[in-house]
Design a protein around this ligand. Structure first.
Ligand SMILES: Nc1ncnc2c1ncn2[C@@H]1O[C@H](COP(=O)(O)OP(=O)(O)OP(=O)(O)O)[C@@H](O)[C@H]1O
Ligand SMILES: [Mg+2]
Length: 134
């Protein structure tokens, strides 16, 4: 697998990197967005949404667990949920649907993830710098 490591110097740059990355995604892809709190996972998700042609405003699904953008994109935030609860809510079904899934805090629902996932890792280097591994 080819990997790319990029340095972003602003939220806008992370957004643009994500917008480009969206072009590499195929329907049904499940992408885990890994990185500490405030790393920029949601910023990245907004860029992917733009790249996928979604016009709705993308907001963090922290309390809703998952936001569905017209079946094209499913954006998860699993910070406050565990695998059992997520499964009970039917949240794992979308991993096998036709949209792209972006999953923040995927480690909390690890056992529900499909065998094949893609991974984006965002590492905070400073207040405004991020190392993004695609
Ligand atoms: N280079 C950068 N890339 C992305 N975000 C940046 C960058 N520099 C500064 N930021 C800021 O960092 C914050 C990232 O917030 P974001 O909500 O995307 O993080 P998150 O990883 O989703 O956190 P959480 O785990 O709480 O959901 C924003 O306030 C953004 O403006
Ligand atoms: Mg977030």
């Amino acid at each position: 697998m080819r990997m790319a490591i990029l340095i972003s110097h602003s939220a806008e740059e992370t957004f643009r990197i994500a917008e480009e990355y969206a072009k590499t995604l195929k329907a049904g892809d499940v992408v885990r967005l890994d990185g500490e709190m405030g790393a920029g996972k949601t910023v990245f998700a907004k860029g992917v949404a733009k790249g996928l042609g979604i016009r709705e405003e993308v907001t963090s699904p922290t309390y809703a667990y998952m936001n569905d953008y017209g079946g094209v994109l499913y954006h998860y935030d699993c910070y406050r949920i565990d695998a059992e609860k997520a499964e009970a809510l039917g949240l794992s079904d979308y991993f096998y649907a036709k949209g792209v899934c972006l999953v923040e805090w995927a480690e909390n629902i690890e056992e529900l993830l499909p065998l094949e996932t893609k991974r984006v890792f965002i590492r905070k280097l400073s207040e405004t710098q991020r190392e993004i591994t695609l």
